[in-house]
Design a protein around this ligand. Structure first.
Ligand SMILES: CC(C)(COP(=O)(O)OP(=O)(O)OC[C@H]1O[C@@H](n2cnc3c(N)ncnc32)[C@H](O)[C@@H]1OP(=O)(O)O)[C@@H](O)C(=O)NCCC(=O)NCCS
Length: 178
């Protein structure tokens, strides 16, 4: 467990965090106005066992990660899913969510900092990538703060409420000695 100050900690998720994680994501997807994610509220409905297995799988892999921010309960989460092909094992794909009441208080930054430390220490990882709603200024600011750069735009990737959404592709490259 990593201490982050008086109010919260960053740690690897454990299988028994599955229920809290599902509650966190369902709460975020139920927000109004909606957050910038393609999932509609009813579209995230995993069984607790599925998330328990995901936590175990991601934290067992050498190119994957499942972090949570914890205070009274789970207040944020960051996942990295590593590439499964021999050709993509140096890549990992990032997702991050922080509970609405504690946004803009440094939780997302703490999750990103721990992720970058983990990826930098890995002998394997060279590329961390993500897609973000092109209008999600706060998330884009956070990613750029940790060195991610814009790689391109997937135009009209999603529709939400009849409105087309462009997705910005971003990635952080890490140089590793051979
Ligand atoms: C995006 C998210 C993960 C960031 O986590 P957070 O805990 O709020 O982030 P932090 O408090 O560490 O940092 C937020 C930063 O954005 C800045 N910010 C806030 N609103 C902003 C805006 N509208 N435009 C630009 N920057 C903004 C803050 O000033 C802060 O920057 P600083 O650290 O340089 O001072 C969180 O807000 C969230 O879960 N949002 C909803 C879901 C989402 O968008 N997830 C990402 C999907 S790709």
């Amino acid at each position: 467990m990593m201490h982050e100050g008086a109010n919260f900690w960053i740690r690897r998720a454990e299988p028994n965090h599955a229920r809290d994680y599902i509650r966190l994501i369902k709460g975020i997807l139920a927000e109004s106005p909606p957050v910038d994610t393609p999932y509609a509220p009813g579209e995230f409905n995993p069984a607790t066992g599925t998330i328990r297995e995901l936590i175990e799988e991601l934290n067992a892999g050498d190119n994957s990660l499942f972090l949570i921010a914890e205070s009274e309960g789970v207040i944020g989460a960051l996942t990295c899913r590593g590439g499964e092909l021999e050709a993509s094992r140096h890549c990992t794909s990032l997702g991050i969510y922080v509970a609405q009441p504690v946004r803009d208080q440094g939780v997302g930054s703490a999750l990103m900092r721990h992720m970058v430390e983990w990826a930098t220490a890995s002998p394997l990882l060279e590329r961390i990538e993500l897609d973000v709603f092109a209008g999600n200024a706060r998330a884009i600011h956070l990613y750029e703060k940790y060195g991610f750069v814009r790689e391109g735009v997937k135009r009209r990737m999603y529709y939400r409420g009849g409105v087309p959404i462009d997705m910005l592709m971003m990635a952080l490259l890490l140089e590793k000695k051979p």
